[in-house]
Design a binder for this molecule. Structure first.
Ligand SMILES: [Zn+2]
Length: 367
């Protein structure tokens, strides 16, 4: 695995910014921008780069040194990844080590190796908050000398998921940074982050890539329907790439049946009918197509996806104002960009359907 294969082209500018910040001695950076464009992947790539013992001429990780091999094995003692339990899949997890000798020989991490725990068996109630325990553990991590003589790197996100106690605990580390430590924070919702956290980080904005660059990347990944998916994901290529399983015909018809009810939709119906393992991204894509067709017909256009639903949309038009429909589309786009794990799939889809119903209640009241 070469380092460049893990960094999409539109991330290179932000990567260069990180390199420059590091050269100036910055100890904390906050990568922010819309969800699903690769900020997390960039933070992890930069962590690999600065931990690498023999980086290339561009400062990129070599992929072959002991440090790179430890990272690839999910076992680097000088790297901590802090995420909510709901995003536990982002934590490094020792899989099948390619180099058993290296990983067993160098695993000694002073007994505080919680960063390498495997927690894939998370339950449907997995927390979406970063809790204080996770941040307190960092003090033990940054308080000891580094295992391999280089930096200690903490990658933490989403920064807006820090609850108040955890944020306060993190502040201490950011105010008096331990020597040889680097904090890389990632946020999809910069404006939700505590100002005290933000003010102690160098800010690195990552923008949505130009559409053609995103399309080229998706095609290179072999993603089918790249253009359609990219549109549905609001231009966020990583969100477009992770579509997961499609909806089967029964589930799709269930969702359309609920959508047809419009303002008559009841929470109990939603709860009773949504399957427990509904694919989130595919459900959101169905909701988006439904809304696009609704707006299209309201604006005098044709029904692109639901030619047989003209009567349904005419009925909905009594209750659903176009601006309310556009607001729901915004919400769908945000949800799509963050629909990257199946742990609470049903709750996500239920919440979106309730928002759909509520957007109609408002529209009717204001009409
Ligand atoms: Zn290396």
């Amino acid at each position: 695995m070469t380092a460049d294969s893990t960094l999409a082209p539109w991330l290179h500018a932000a990567h260069a910014t990180l390199v420059a910040l590091r050269a100036r001695g910055a100890h904390a950076a906050l990568l922010h921008g819309p969800a699903g464009i690769g900020k997390w992947e960039l933070a992890m790539a930069f962590a690999r780069d600065v931990l690498c013992e023999t980086p290339d001429a561009h400062g990129r990780a070599c992929g072959a040194c002991p440090s790179c091999r430890l990272e690839a094995a999910g076992n680097h003692p000088d790297l901590r990844v802090v995420v909510p339990d709901a995003l536990a899949f982002r934590r490094p997890a020792p899989a099948e080590p390619q180099d058993e000798e290296a990983t067993t020989r160098e695993r000694g991490d002073g007994g505080d190796g919680s960063g390498a725990e495997v927690e894939r068996g998370a339950t449907a109630k997995a927390s979406r908050e970063i809790k204080i325990e996770a941040v307190r553990n960092l003090a033990a991590f940054t308080g000891v000398s580094t295992h391999r003589g280089g930096l200690r790197v903490v990658v933490l996100g989403p920064a807006e998921a820090l609850n108040a106690a955890a944020a306060n605990a993190l502040l201490k580390g950011l105010e008096e940074p331990p020597p040889q430590s680097l904090f890389l924070l990632v946020s999809d919702h910069f404006d939700w982050c505590l100002p005290t956290i933000v003010s102690r980080c160098a800010l690195v904005r990552v923008a949505v890539p130009p559409r053609q660059a995103a399309l080229n990347w998706l095609l290179a990944q072999g993603i089918p329907d790249a253009g359609q998916r990219l549109t549905e994901a609001g231009g966020a290529p990583l969100a477009a790439a992770r579509d997961g399983d499609g909806l089967d015909a029964d589930a799709a018809e269930t969702l359309r049946g609920l959508l047809r009810l419009g303002p008559a939709l009841r929470a109990a119906q939603i709860a009773a009918q949504i399957p427990r393992t509904i694919p989130v991204a595919a459900s959101i894509a169905l909701f988006q197509r439904w809304t696009w067709d609704f707006l299209s017909v309201r604006l005098g256009g044709h029904l692109r996806y639901h030619p047989e639903e003209a009567a349904s949309f005419a009925a909905l038009a009594q209750a659903w104002r176009p601006d309310a429909a556009v607001s729901w589309l915004d919400r769908l786009r945000d949800a799509r960009a963050t629909a990257d794990h199946p742990l609470n799939a049903r709750a996500v889809v239920e919440g979106l359907l309730l928002a759909y119903r509520n957007s109609m209640a408002e529209g009717r009241a204001d009409a």
